[in-house]
Design a protein around this ligand. Structure first.
Ligand code: PMP
Ligand code: GLN
Length: 380
């Protein structure tokens, strides 16, 4: 009998959320908000379910959603995408990542990855037959440097997987970083799979700059987004891809055999939501920034060393000053003994080399944060 073998790891998000469910711990691990998401967007979805929109939609996505995506990025970033040929709807950013990698990577192609990296990237690159080349980003800025890129890029580089704003560090890359990355992508004609799911969630005056807007990058960039983050509706798993027509043709082919389509009723609601006026997005950011500040202050009072968060739903703490040397062991203890789940950031490194950082999700209501902080006061 054939052996069943899988080298795919169990994702840290399922491990920690599973433990939180089993133990009744407060879950500040996996990134999902307490906020229920905008009511009008949810109502639009409910109406769409009741009035139709329950059969297979077009493979590339509902035309009204593809148009809304193109309009949204024209409005926010002045980027032009043709909704017919350059925009596709996927089942979450995760499917978009898988589709892009399965479409573009042939066995033996090199793929540049930046550590710490979102946990789906490496397993997908490896399953696509890609050879990962790591660039390790250094705290506190987690920016790019020329020498590391020189070391990682070669004439075999087919693609990079880039994430900005960056999960888990909660940092935003500078314009200089984007230009440096662009220089290398252009020189090597490497595709940039640019995971920008946190594009709307940036704080303190930081602006999101899409990689595709850097001169020369328009047609090399595969931009990935997620309605889950834009509307605090993470379970909806409505993602999007914007890319040149030539690249979209091959990613669309991968999409046919991954999911083919995405729930049409949710697509109708996302199309509606993307047209919301700017104040919705400003409120999204300011509400999250307030929660970030609340958790930051509370953790500082508990004695944690809190690292700055410029965007995303997350902030990190350095546990080394507490005399802790193993983030996984620390998170296991925290969930079992203190009843709070968080994410050990070593899960975002290929060889788990960094062991002193723990990630908390602050996208929670005040009562959840207060309850968690009360428990965390006993840890340090
Ligand atoms: N990429 C990054 C960087 C993420 O943080 C996430 C989820 N938070 C995803 C991709 C997955 O997005 P989705 O739920 O739309 O698949
Ligand atoms: N992206 C979310 C996070 O970073 C989790 C998504 C998932 O569970 N795969 O927490």
């Amino acid at each position: 009998m054939n052996r069943i073998f899988s080298d795919l790891p169990t994702t840290v998000f399922e491990v920690m959320s599973g433990l939180a469910r089993d133990t009744g711990a407060i879950n500040l691990g996996q990134g999902f908000p307490d906020d229920p998401g905008p009511e009008d967007v949810r109502e639009t979805a409910a109406r769409a379910v009741l009035t139709g929109y329950n059969q297979y939609p077009p493979m590339m996505g509902l035309p009204e959603l593809r148009q809304a995506i193109a309009k949204h990025y024209k409005h926010w970033h002045n980027v032009d995408y043709d909704p017919q040929s350059e925009v596709m709807v996927t089942s979450g950013a995760t499917e978009a990542l898988a589709g892009a990698l399965f479409a573009l990577i042939e066995p033996g192609d090199e793929v540049v990855l930046f550590e710490p990296m979102y946990d789906a990237y490496l397993p997908l690159v490896l399953r696509a037959g890609g050879i990962p080349k790591f660039v390790t980003l250094k705290p506190p800025a987690f920016g790019l440097d020329r020498q590391s890129l020189e070391n990682a890029f070669s004439d075999k580089t087919k693609a990079v997987v880039f994430n900005n704003p960056l999960n888990p560090t909660a940092t935003v890359f500078s314009d200089a970083d984007l230009s440096l990355l662009a220089e290398f992508c252009i020189k090597h004609q490497a595709y940039a799979i640019s995971d920008e799911v946190w594009e709307h969630i940036v704080f303190d005056g930081h602006q999101h700059k899409p990689l595709a807007t850097i001169p020369g990058m328009r047609d090399l960039t595969i931009k990935i987004g997620s309605a889950g983050k834009i509307f605090n509706l993470t379970g909806w798993k409505v993602g999007l891809v914007c890319a040149s027509e030539k690249v979209m043709k091959v990613i669309g082919k991968a999409h046919q055999f991954l999911t083919f389509t995405t729930a049409p009723n949710l697509q109708v609601a996302v199309a509606y939501g993307l047209g919301k006026d700017d104040s919705y997005f400003e409120n999204l950011r300011s509400n999250l920034a307030r929660s970030r500040d609340k958790l930051t202050d509370g953790l500082l009072q508990c004695g944690f060393k809190v690292l700055p968060s410029q965007g995303t739903y997350f902030l990190n703490v350095d546990i080394a000053p507490l005399g802790e040397t193993d983030d996984v062991e620390f998170c296991m203890r925290m969930v079992k003994e203190y009843g709070v789940a968080a994410i050990p950031v070593s899960a975002f490194y290929a060889n788990g080399s960094v062991r002193n950082i723990v990630r908390f999700c602050f996208a929670k209501n005040d009562a959840t944060l207060d309850a968690a902080l009360e428990r965390l006061a006993k840890v340090s």
